[in-house]
Design a binder for this molecule. Sequence first.
Ligand code: GUN
Length: 284
Amino acid sequence: MAILIDGKKTAAEIRAELRLKTDDFFEKYGRRPGLAVVRVGEDPASVVYVRNKMRACDDVGFVSKTVVLPEDSAEEEVEAEVLRLNADPMFDGLLVQLPLPRGLDEKRIVSLIDPDKDVDAFHSLDAGRLKLTDNNILPCTPAGIIELLKRYRVPLRGAEAVVVGRSDIVGRPAAALLLAADATVTVAHSRTRDLASVTRRADILVCAVGKAGLITGDMIKPGAAVIDVGMNRNSEGKLCGDVDFASAEPVAGFITPVPGGVGPMTVCMLMKNTLSAALRREEN
Ligand code: GUN
């Protein structure tokens, strides 16, 4: 029986910590940290994600604003909005919700975000800083994974960590953070031969592929910490991860559920990054 890693509870604890720090910030600087989000179009998942980000801002006491642009916005209009928000002193953090509608140049638009306001850490400068381990803004989902492992006292130093998936926003940066925490890191992906023999080595197994049921109990080392970043819908439309929970849970030592595992941590780390950006601005 694995220990269930409760992301919802941990996220609530961290938000309570952030509320106190935000009150201190307000007392000291006479303003509240601010986050601006640009959403283009009405992608249903993006609508929900952005709403959750705004709620989290209210919860921790930040100023927040969502700028909604029409689905058929021109590249220049989106770019102009990013530049406007870069220059707006009300906001310490700025993000453009992805994916963008077809026809918009996601890479170019993200590249225009002021790196000091890049609380998603998607800008190539922040991705590069992460590689050089002199980062000050950590990507939200990978940072949430490390935070969960630390709070549940899963040993990282010298641990065999296997990350399945090599996306720019989860797999690669998660591997970088595990490496920075002194784990021995392997990144597996769609071209990996004999995935099971790789995952079975893992003391820490992070799965971020987007394929329901990819990881089954027989692929897990007994006692391993299993972190499931997958967000899939099964045939009944129910939200599920990449890990087959029923077969994995009896083998693992720790396991995150989906929903209620890594998911709630991502928004929480976004709040943490926004407060850090605000503090950096005031202290410099
Ligand atoms: N789309 C899915 N996840 C994210 C995220 O963390 N940030 C942004 N900007 N877009 C996303």
